[in-house]
Design a protein around this ligand. Structure first.
Ligand SMILES: Nc1ncnc2c1ncn2[C@@H]1O[C@H](COP(=O)(O)OP(=O)(O)OP(=O)(O)O)[C@@H](O)[C@H]1O
Ligand SMILES: O=P(O)(O)OC[C@H]1O[C@](O)(CO)[C@@H](O)[C@@H]1O
Ligand SMILES: [Mg+2]
Length: 537
């Protein structure tokens, strides 16, 4: 328990806006404040939350919970349950029929007569996931909102259960394999593991008995560019694709409208659609799912979250991230050797992470060679007594060399805004790595203190890598679960890893905004403990 009495402590109220928790500092008379006061506070939270951009309707609804209602916890849990209900094709196509699954754990050869003539229905076959199985999302019971990284729903940090749906093969399926035409697309930037996911989707579809599987080339663009043919896929085609990085299908940003994509899906007769990509791709996938519902099409749209930056809400980890952290070690090591071997050497490494500093933080922790880690979530100054440059001078004086790791989205307030966007509408960031390099050189020259500055940007070398073992496993399981989800009839969902378990979640819940590092979290504190860097503000 905290030593400070809640009666006199300014309470920290956590507003669950978007899956990431935001702190609102409010002075309570006491945590058990009078009803009117609590109402005023609640209203304040609602208003501040609604004023924020990107607040989802569902998240906003959470704000309206009345904590003075003795039943608020049950209501919150019910609301959470409703939010995380996974959409199903039977929601719209009420006459959708289910069949016993053709996926079985006891393997048989595809030519087996009972597979061809009828669907297996052996009661002895177990290993299916019950449709009502759930995974608990949060497992720490914080006893105080001031506990490091605390995620509390109410001022008292009441234990509230938040359940999401367990992924895996269901006993009944909503598609006959011989009637399926499955398509796979990879969008956005490259990421280690894409080929592993493609491969596993194809292999799992074939196990269900699907024969028509195609790849859409170069992201969503492949739906509109008539010069691009869909690529027939089979186990034979994908057998070895995971041995190299990149995407067999190619990737792109931008492309046709949602309505054009759905027209093309209809024309091609696609009824299972696997979409591999980040936030943007998932926003597209959800819009495609909604358009299919509007047109009453029996199409299962299932996402697989691909983001090397690891910035998808609720997910423990997305594939490619581990590989990126591992590969970043080589750049950091080179920067360290250069800096250490030079007279007053400074090594600067820029790593990916446009909104979140997960790669920079984890790579810094893993290497143990970083003196300064800079991430988008934590503002910093370069100049002045508290600035990064002054600390670099101190490091050169005391230990002779220094290594800086900076995430690409860090310190954007220090750079001139370009107002430029890429084909998908993402803001093109200023180059913070180059900026720090130039400012560092200028600073040391200005004070007549020689320093040898070396700058490394390994971005595309990292992104093009083949997945490491841990990402290969993650990609493989995601690929399998995506197929199980589609056959079970879910649509508008994505697969993921939450609290070490594999899950299905409705897409809107994970794309409201990028997942970011909580500067009050234990992990960021651990990173600071490792680098021993001060605040640069
Ligand atoms: N809100 C949206 N609605 C429909 N489609 C979208 C939306 N946002 C992005 N897209 C489409 O999704 C595709 C990928 O988007 P984007 O380039 O932002 O990559 P991403 O999926 O976020 O991956 P990465 O992590 O590599 O940035 C593009 O073809 C883009 O046109
Ligand atoms: O150069 P591209 O392909 O636009 O991609 C750059 C972006 O892609 C990412 O690697 C995510 O895929 C970001 O970290 C980076 O901002
Ligand atoms: Mg994106």
């Amino acid at each position: 328990m905290e030593a400070v009495s809640p009666a006199i402590r300014p309470a920290l109220i956590w507003t669950q806006r978007t899956g990431h928790l935001d702190r609102v500092r409010l002075s309570f008379g006491s945590v058990t404040s009078p009803k009117s006061n609590r109402k005023r506070i609640r209203r304040k939270i609602e208003l501040s939350a609604r004023a924020e951009k990107n607040v989802s309707a569902t998240a906003t609804a959470t704000q309206s919970i009345d904590y003075s209602d003795p039943d608020w916890k049950n209501k919150y849990q019910d609301e959470f349950e409703a939010r995380f209900r996974i959409p199903h094709i039977a929601d719209v196509l009420t006459d959708a029929v289910s069949y016993p699954s053709t996926f079985c754990l006891r393997m048989r050869t595809p030519e087996s007569p009972d597979f061809l003539e009828s669907y297996p229905s052996d009661d002895e076959w177990h290993g299916y996931v019950n449709t009502n199985d759930r995974v608990l999302l949060k497992v720490i019971h914080y006893s105080s909102p001031t506990s490091a990284g605390a995620e509390c729903i109410d001022p008292g940090c009441t234990w509230v259960e938040q359940w999401v749906h367990r992924a895996g093969p269901r006993e009944r399926i909503y598609f006959k394999p011989e009637e399926v035409k499955a398509a796979i697309v990879t969008c956005g930037g490259l990421c280690p593991g894409l080929n592993d996911v493609i491969r596993q989707i194809v292999i799992t579809l074939e196990i269900y008995g699907v024969k028509k599987i195609v790849g859409i080339p170069f992201g969503y663009r492949g739906f509109s560019d008539r010069s691009l043919d869909e690529m027939p896929l089979s186990r034979k085609v994908v057998q070895n694709i995971h041995l190299s990085g990149g995407s067999l299908l190619g990737v792109s940003r931008g492309g046709p409208t949602v309505s054009e994509i759905v027209d093309s899906i209809q024309e091609r007769g696609i009824n299972m659609f696997f979409v591999l990509g980040g936030n943007g791709t998932h926003a597209g996938a959800n819009a495609i799912h909604e358009e299919c519902c509007k047109r009453r099409l029996k199409v299962a749209v299932v996402g697989v979250p691909k983001t090397i930056d690891n910035d998808i809400l609720l997910m423990d980890k997305t594939f490619g991230f581990d590989t990126a952290v591992e590969e970043a070690q080589r750049a950091i090591y080179a920067a360290y050797i250069e800096a250490h071997s030079a007279y007053r050497g400074i090594g600067i490494v820029k790593l990916m992470g446009r909104s979140s500093g997960f790669i920079a933080m984890q790579a810094s922790l893993a290497s143990g060679q970083i003196d300064i880690c800079l991430i988008p979530e934590v503002p910093f100054k370069l100049h002045g007594p508290q600035g990064v440059l002054n600390h670099l001078k101190y490091l050169l004086e005391t230990k002779g060399s220094a290594v800086v790791c900076v995430a690409e989205g860090a310190g954007q307030d220090l750079l001139q805004k370009t107002n430029a966007t890429d084909a998908s509408g993402n803001t093109i960031l200023g180059d913070i790595g180059v900026h720090i390099q130039l400012e560092t050189k200028k600073f040391f020259k200005g004070i007549g203190f020689p320093a040898d500055v070396k700058y490394i940007d390994p971005t595309y070398m990292i992104r093009a890598c083949r997945a490491n073992a841990s990402d290969a496993i993650l990609s493989t399981v995601f690929g399998q679960n995506a197929v199980h989800g589609a056959f079970a009839g879910y649509s508008g969902i994505t697969v993921g890893l939450c609290n070490t378990h594999y899950v299905y979640v409705p897409i809107p819940e994970v794309i409201v905004q990028p997942r970011v590092i909580d500067p009050n979290s234990r992990m960021w504190h651990r990173c600071l403990t490792s680098t021993r860097q001060p605040d640069f503000i």
